[in-house]
Design a protein around this ligand. Structure first.
Ligand code: SF4
Length: 215
């Protein structure tokens, strides 16, 4: 396992590779961000971005979603995975925002995770991208990279990966670090066939050094 200081160094090397890393979901307001993040679960951001312009035109705010039925929402998100359940979540999301939050997306982890379809990871993305509040969302890319670099143990839970990273990295780097690690996972540290041979982190990555010996 890396020390927190070495973990910070590793993540900052990744951040340096992606100095302009930002989220790839297209959204213009906290409401649109929370909807887009909910839709992105087990779906590509590209498919979400294709669907959301028409969705937001028809349902521009929580009140519009709250007044809809799932059947009315479904045609707008049909090209996105799990659209049947997501349509139900969107209607429930609109109703919850209207009923408990005066139609305004809240900006605390506790409140965000009360919203239908919003877990800790999604809430962290909303905190960071909608409000600029430091949070570190751990997705499959972040988890894989953290374990390969031994920032977190192989058997670590998502929450343990989050703790390892947020302990090592200054708060001011959490939002950027999250997006940089996702880009790094998509471009270099792939789940299958990571590009270890040319990876700038190879000298500090035991997994990568072993991988290049055997592939
Ligand atoms: Fe990922 Fe390989 Fe780079 Fe290690 S050396 S961080 S496994 S791409």
């Amino acid at each position: 396992m890396l020390t927190p200081a070495k973990s910070r160094l590793a993540i900052e090397k990744i951040i340096a590779l992606y100095p302009n890393a930002v989220g790839s979901l297209t959204a213009r307001s906290p409401f649109e961000i929370v909807v887009a993040v909910l839709l992105s679960a087990q779906a590509t951001d590209v498919s979400v971005n294709k669907a959301t312009p028409a969705l937001f035109e028809r349902f521009p705010d929580p009140a519009a979603l709250a007044a809809a039925t799932a059947l009315e929402v479904e045609p707008y998100i049909k090209q996105i995975g799990l659209y049947h359940n997501k349509a139900k979540y969107l209607v429930a999301l609109g109703q919850k925002l209207e009923t408990d939050f005066n139609g305004v997306v809240p900006h605390t982890m506790t409140e965000l995770t009360q919203l239908p379809g919003v877990g800790r990871k999604s809430a962290s993305v909303v905190l960071g991208d909608a409000f600029g509040i430091p949070a570190f969302a751990v997705d499959t890319h972040v988890s894989r990279i953290a374990k390969r670099l031994q920032i977190a143990a192989e058997q670590a839970s998502v929450r343990q990966v989050e703790t390892a990273i947020t302990t090592a990295l200054p708060k001011a780097e959490w939002i950027h670090g999250h997006h940089a690690m996702i880009n790094f996972g998509r471009d270099i540290c792939h789940a299958q066939k990571p590009a270890c041979q040319t990876c700038p982190l190879l000298p500090m990555c035991a997994f990568g050094q072993s991988y290049v010996q055997t592939h």
